[in-house]
Design a protein around this ligand. Sequence first.
Ligand SMILES: Cc1cc2nc3c(=O)[nH]c(=O)nc-3n(C[C@H](O)[C@H](O)[C@H](O)COP(=O)(O)OP(=O)(O)OC[C@H]3O[C@@H](n4cnc5c(N)ncnc54)[C@H](O)[C@@H]3O)c2cc1C
Length: 170
Amino acid sequence: MSPAPIHVIGGGLAGSEAAWQIAGTGVPVILHEMRPVRGTDAHHTDGLAELVCSNSFRADDWTSNAVGLLHAEMRALDSLIMACGDAHQVPAGGALAVDRDGFSAAVTHRLSTHPLVRIERSEVAGLPPEDWDSVIIATGPLTSPALAQAIQGLTGEDELSFFDAIAPIV
Ligand SMILES: Cc1cc2nc3c(=O)[nH]c(=O)nc-3n(C[C@H](O)[C@H](O)[C@H](O)COP(=O)(O)OP(=O)(O)OC[C@H]3O[C@@H](n4cnc5c(N)ncnc54)[C@H](O)[C@@H]3O)c2cc1C
């Protein structure tokens, strides 16, 4: 018997990495990304892992910098984001900066050609259906209003917060 798929909502940096890591364990994934059917205020393309602002992944020195150490740990774990970032690096001193278009195209290609990953281009406009056994919500700071309102209703929170300094977050 093959395992039930894990649903990942949001094909940004976090959702793309999550889908890749799950598929790497032999479990099928359905990745739900609403672009281009529905856009956000910051994204301009339909590519997965689109960088909406800076193209820098910051310092890449694992010996003296916590961000660089995180890079090294992600590389050791076969990170899709790091592999595509390394392949599309542009000069930026000691930082890892990437060609945003090449980077996003590479992530999109790797996931769309993975035999265990299916990409659904539609908005999840509310709480996930009951029959989705396992779900990761990785919709980032620009979560569509319908899903954000559903999460607010479920949690009873008045507002949802996004902590930019520790983004991206699964
Ligand atoms: C204007 C702006 C500028 C930023 N600048 C920086 C910066 O310079 N440096 C930095 O580190 N961070 C920056 N950030 C934060 C940045 O968004 C995160 O670092 C990073 O993109 C977070 O990754 P993520 O995967 O969590 O979210 P995202 O990359 O935003 O991915 C979320 C995905 O979910 C999709 N989605 C949303 N709702 C739904 C739904 N209901 N159904 C299906 N799909 C959905 C979206 O289309 C998107 O593709 C910025 C954010 C904004 C809004």
